[in-house]
Design a protein around this ligand. Structure first.
Ligand SMILES: [Mg+2]
Length: 245
């Protein structure tokens, strides 16, 4: 029986791209003020992110972001401003971070039936992304020795926080390797949230696929085996979940 549903943060619950872009635009504006001769573009900043990520993908994401900004500032002779520019980026990034429109209604429905958790590799703390009070527990990579997804120990930490066996936990996320393969290898079931109509690698087989959070109550009922029960029994055993109406 499924007791717990755990969610990835970025691009699953949280619309990260506008927030990161807004943070980078703030950085560009400040770089232009500090050095009007600098000719750095948004594409340069994004390129530096990918270079920094490739150089040290296992590092905490905030470290990767800071390393990326250091590369960009060095392009403009502004390396001495790294700390203040990093603070500017993160302030703007978090100020702009919002849940997707379907996130909060779906969480409210799912909470009627399942324990909900939050589990991320990234910088998106629930309380800084419009998700305060939404989860029974949260697991963050690089906190308390937890490695990044897709490491099995990340998902072991999720199950420990949930107080559940892996077979009782469903993980929902957008990243096939991290959120689907990683979770399944640790014994959890995995739902792939494909918001952008992307193609799934042929060797990745999620337990279910959804394109919106709105689909989750019925999909999770299926994974719990409840869909095979008559509606009356589902109502009596399942409380007030939206799967019943
Ligand atoms: Mg994600």
């Amino acid at each position: 029986m499924v007791t717990t549903v755990v969610f990835d943060a970025d691009e699953t619950l949280v619309d990260l791209r506008p927030a990161v872009t807004g943070g980078l635009i703030a950085v560009l504006e400040e770089m232009g003020r500090l050095n009007p001769a600098a000719r750095i573009s948004l594409a340069d900043l994004e390129s530096d992110w990918h270079l920094a990520l490739g150089a040290n993908a296992a590092a905490p994401v905030w470290e990767i972001r800071k390393a990326a900004l250091a590369r960009s500032l060095d392009r403009a002779g502004l390396g001495a401003h790294l700390d203040e520019i990093s603070a500017l980026f993160f302030a703007r990034r978090f100020a702009l971070t919002r849940p997707f429109a379907d996130t909060l209604p779906a969480l409210a429905a799912l909470r009627q039936r399942w324990t909900l958790g939050f589990a991320t590799n990234g910088n998106s703390r629930a309380e800084r992304c419009g998700l305060v009070g939404e989860f029974a527990f949260a697991v963050y990579a690089h906190c308390d020795g937890v490695p990044k997804k897709p490491a099995p120990d990340f998902y072991a930490a999720v199950c420990a926080a949930a107080g559940a066996d892996p077979a009782q936990v469903v993980h929902v996320g957008d990243n096939p390797a991290h959120d689907v393969v990683g979770a399944q290898r640790a014994g959890l079931r995995a739902v792939w949230l494909n918001r952008r109509g992307e193609r799934l690698p042929a060797d990745v087989v999620p337990d279910a696929v959804v394109t919106t959070m709105t689909e989750l109550p019925s999909v999770l009922a299926d994974l719990s085996g409840e869909a095979d029960l008559p509606p009356f029994i589902r109502r009596c055993s399942g409380g007030t979940s939206s799967i019943d109406v």
